[in-house]
Design a protein around this ligand. Structure first.
Ligand SMILES: C[S@@+](CC[C@H](N)C(=O)[O-])C[C@H]1O[C@@H](n2cnc3c(N)ncnc32)[C@H](O)[C@@H]1O
Length: 361
């Protein structure tokens, strides 16, 4: 059964109020007391359940735009728990407690080991703490910023992250013992996160490969600005033309993943199906954005602003991927060191330098 694994029931961790998407795109609350059958069917289904919107701010008068906490889809939790290779007696750090359900599943697998789970949103942490207190599992909920890890409980045998990150904080590597594993969803530039499984080495680095698509909400301090490219065609914009319209990374997971490994910084991109299939890219740190509007003439209009030529970087990275024989994401890897992170193809010494780094400084 989807909602009941290893004795722990998902429904025991999900709050009474969950958020469901309406046809007009808004999410609205569904209260268990008002419609218990629908609530239970959703909770016992196979999808993620959104449990907080817009950081709980209620900016939109009872409706919500951006999901900020959820219970992960059961298939994805299972996959991550499998990648973690959990055994009895291990100590585990989880970043992003959410409902506490994933921490409970980990707790069952490692008891009499221990789980420390960190949640940044105080009300979310409080809910999870209360639900976990009904179990006898060895799980401790810390309210705080998981970017820093939790050095007081280190070293951990395993670290698992349930929020998307562009940059892996070195604290997670530092606090996982040599020989230990880190499983996290790495944020991509094309809306797809990808699961990374990193092994920590004796020299204090962590390295490993990728294992499929995983959609998560962002770690709070690594949220990109997806609105930047929407301001296109305003006063500061410049215009040019290009003969390329490289849309494949926007619609194909492996293409998007590969191109993403070559783009420097937190670049985000969308292709608007209902907006003339315009490609939009933005990079908040440099204030750069670009749009490419397709044309039947083969000469596509580009609008852009800021120091980066994002469409040129996209074209170069896409051409590189084609020339490399279109490798899929499982051939790529990531190494994290105290000074940063690097992608590689096939082997850790075949490094992939970022395109565009030199223009952003
Ligand atoms: C997808 S949910 C977690 C799902 C959860 N593991 C479960 O089983 O329900 C992501 C969570 O990460 C939390 N989060 C985001 N940024 C964080 C940070 N810097 N430190 C700790 N938690 C964070 C969010 O508030 C949210 O509750």
């Amino acid at each position: 059964m989807q909602g009941d694994r290893d004795g722990m029931r998902r429904e025991d961790f999900i709050p009474d109020v969950i958020w469901v998407r309406r046809d007009d795109g808004w999410r609205v609350p569904l209260n268990r007391a008002d419609d218990p059958d629908t609530w239970l069917a959703l909770v016992n289904g196979g999808d993620a359940i959104v449990t907080q919107m817009d950081d709980g701010t209620d900016h939109y008068d009872g409706k919500g735009i951006t999901p900020t906490s959820s219970s992960t889809a059961p298939w994805l939790m299972d996959k991550m728990l499998g990648l973690l290779d959990l055994q009895k007696g291990l100590s585990v750090l989880e970043i992003g407690t959410g409902t506490g359900y994933n921490a409970a599943l980990i707790g069952e697998k490692v008891a009499p080991g221990r789980v420390i789970t960190i949640e940044i949103a105080p009300t979310v942490a409080e809910h999870a703490r209360a639900r976990l207190a009904r179990t006898d599992l060895p799980v401790t909920v810390i309210t705080g910023d998981g970017t820093l890890g939790y050095p007081e409980g280190s070293p951990y045998d395993r670290t698992v992250v349930t929020a998307d990150v562009f940059d892996v904080p070195y604290s997670w590597v530092q606090q996982t013992r040599p020989g230990g594993l880190i499983v996290l969803p790495l944020a991509g530039s094309f809306q797809y996160g990808t699961l990374a499984r990193l092994a920590v080495a004796d020299d204090g680095t962590a390295s490993g490969r990728f294992h499929g698509e995983a959609a998560f909400m962002y770690l709070r301090d690594q949220r990109p600005d997806k609105t930047l490219s929407r301001i296109g065609n305003q006063d500061g914009a410049q215009f040019t033309w290009t003969s390329d319209y490289p849309h494949e990374p926007f619609v194909d997971f492996n293409a998007g993943f590969a191109v993403s490994t070559r783009l420097f910084g937190w670049v985000t991109s969308t292709r608007e199906e209902d907006d003339g299939a315009i490609l939009r890219m933005s990079h908040r740190a440099s204030g750069s954005w670009a749009t490419v509007s397709p044309s039947d003439t083969g000469s596509h209009a580009v609008a852009y602003e800021g120091p980066r030529r994002l469409w040129e970087e996209l074209e170069a990275a896409y051409r590189w991927w084609i020339d490399a024989g279109r490798p899929d994401h499982t051939r790529f890897g990531l190494t994290v060191t105290p000074t940063g992170q690097t992608f590689w193809l096939d082997s850790p010494d075949n490094l992939l330098p970022p395109i565009g780094e030199e223009t952003t400084g």
